[in-house]
Ligand binder design. Structure first.
Ligand SMILES: *Cc1c(COP(=O)(O)O)cnc(C)c1O
Length: 378
C-alpha cells in the first residue's frame, strides 16, 4: 500500500491514518483456486457475516464468478439481489419464521430445511412459485439438521408438498480441518442418501481443499467461505501460501509516535513489557477498538514498511507499539501492516496475528470495527 492510498479516503476529515483495503483481484484469485480444488463442482461464494467482514457490496465484484451466494441473513440476501445478482442465493440456516418464506418466494431464494418446524412452515405457506430447498442432514456436527435415521422421512414429507419444487441434500463437516477428518460423516451422509435424487453439497473450505479431489466430498456444490477470503482453514498445519491463497483484506495504519527505550523501561498498560536493552519502538494507530485483538501479546508478527517485526506490550484501545529494530529507517508516518499486503508487496497472513491472539482469521476479519474506513482496490 502506498502512502498516497493511506491518506486518500472519501472522508474529508481523517482523524486517524488507519484503513482497511479489500482486494478484488485476490478474491477472484481465491475463488478460482477453490474451483480448481473441486473440479466440476459448482461454487457457492459464502458471504454470510457481511462477506466475512469485507462488506457484501465491496466483495461482490471479486466474487461475481461464483455460481451462487450462500448466506444466513434475509437482509444480506436482499442486498445480494439489490446488486443485480439473478443467480442462486441460498439461506444456509433456512427461514427463521413463516413470513420469511414470502421473501424467499419474492426474491427466489433457495433455503436450507433443517428441522420439522421449517417443514411445517412450508406446508402452510401460500407461494406463487414452488421452492428449491436444501434438506440438511446432521451427520455428526450436532448443530443443525435431521439425524441420518430421520432424513428419509423428512425428504418424503417435503417431496409431498406442492410448495416444494426441488430438493437438494446437504450436510456440514465438523472436523474437515483436522486429523479426525470427514470420513465418518461422509459415510453417514452417503449411506442415508444413497438412493435419493437431487444435488448434493457437503464441503466447506477445509473439506474442499483437503478432500476436494474425492468426488463424494466435492459433490455438486462446494461452500467455501474462509479460503475465498485468503485465510487458511487448517492453519498452522498449512498456511495460506501453501494453499495458494492471497489476502483479501489488509489492515494498515501508520506510526504516530516513536520512543527510545532504555533498559528497564516498560511499555503500555500494566507495564507488561520491559526492555532488556535499548530499544526503539513505534506507536501505531491501531487498537482493539479497530478490531485488533487485545489478546495479541508481545511478539505478535506485524510489518513495518513491509518488514516483519513484532508488537510490544499490551494492545490498547487505539494504539499498539511495534519493535523498530529490524527497520531502523522507520519513523513517524511509516506504514504498519497489521495483516494483509504491505506497500512493498510483503504479505502477513491474517492467520498469524489471529493465532497469536488465540483465535482464527475468521474472527479477525469478521470483527473489523465499524470505525475503520474501508476502500476497495483492484
Ligand atoms: C460458514 C459455512 C460454510 C463456509 O465455511 P468455511 O469454513 O468458511 O469455508 C459452509 N457451509 C455452512 C453451512 C456454513 O455455515
Amino acid at each position: 500500500m502506498t502512502k498516497s492510498r493511506l491518506t486518500q479516503t472519501g472522508a474529508t476529515n481523517m482523524p486517524r491514518p488507519i484503513q482497511a483495503t479489500v482486494h478484488t483481484e485476490a478474491l477472484r484469485h481465491n475463488l478460482a483456486r477453490m474451483r480448481a480444488a473441486a473440479p466440476d463442482a459448482k461454487v457457492w461464494g459464502v458471504v454470510k457475516a457481511n462477506a466475512y467482514g469485507h462488506g457484501i457490496e465491496r466483495a461482490f465484484e471479486g466474487l461475481r464468478a461464483a455460481d451462487g451466494f450462500a448466506l444466513l441473513d434475509l437482509d444480506e440476501a436482499q442486498r445480494v439481489r439489490a446488486l443485480g445478482w439473478r443467480g442462486p442465493v441460498l439461506l444456509l440456516e433456512g427461514v427463521f419464521e413463516a413470513r420469511d418464506l414470502e421473501l424467499c418466494s419474492r426474491l427466489n431464494l433457495w433455503h436450507a430445511v433443517h428441522c420439522d418446524e421449517q417443514i411445517d412452515m412450508l406446508a402452510t405457506h401460500k407461494t406463487h412459485r414452488p421452492h428449491r430447498v436444501f434438506l440438511k442432514m446432521n451427520s455428526g456436527m450436532n448443530r443443525l439438521g435431521f439425524p441420518p435415521e430421520r432424513f428419509r422421512a423428512a425428504w418424503t414429507r417435503l417431496d409431498a408438498l406442492p410448495q416444494v419444487e426441488e430438493i437438494s441434500l446437504m450436510t456440514h463437516f465438523s472436523d474437515a480441518d483436522g486429523s479426525k477428518g470427514i470420513a465418518r460423516q461422509l459415510a453417514a451422509f452417503n449411506e442415508f442418501t444413497r438412493d435419493l435424487p437431487g444435488e448434493r453439497s457437503l464441503s466447506n473450505s477445509a473439506a474442499a481443499l483437503r478432500h476436494g479431489m474425492e468426488p463424494a466430498a466435492r459433490a455438486d456444490w462446494i461452500r467455501p467461505g474462509i479460503a475465498v477470503y485468503g485465510s487458511s482453514p487448517d492453519f498452522p498445519e498449512h498456511d495460506a501460501a501453501h494453499w495458494g491463497l492471497l489476502p483479501t483484506m489488509t489492515l494498515a495504519t501508520r506510526i504516530i509516535g516513536v520512543q527510545q527505550l532504555a533498559p528497564g523501561d516498560t511499555v503500555g498498560y500494566g507495564s507488561h513489557f520491559s526492555a532488556g536493552a535499548p530499544l526503539r519502538i513505534g506507536v501505531a494507530a491501531c487498537g482493539y477498538a479497530d478490531g485488533y485483538p487485545r489478546h495479541c501479546a508481545t511478539g505478535t508478527p506485524v510489518l513495518v514498511e513491509g518488514v516483519r517485526t513484532r508488537t510490544i506490550g499490551r494492545v490498547s484501545m487505539d494504539m499498539i507499539a511495534v519493535d523498530l529494530t529490524p527497520v531502523p529507517q522507520a519513523g513517524f508516518g511509516s506504514e504498519v501492516t497489521l495483516w494483509g499486503r504491505a506497500g512493498n508487496g510483503a504479505v502477513l497472513s491474517i492467520d498469524e496475528p489471529a493465532r497469536a491472539g488465540g483465535t482464527l482469521g475468521y474472527e479477525l476479519m469478521c470483527a473489523l470495527a465499524q470505525r475503520v474506513p474501508v476502500v476497495v482496490a483492484d
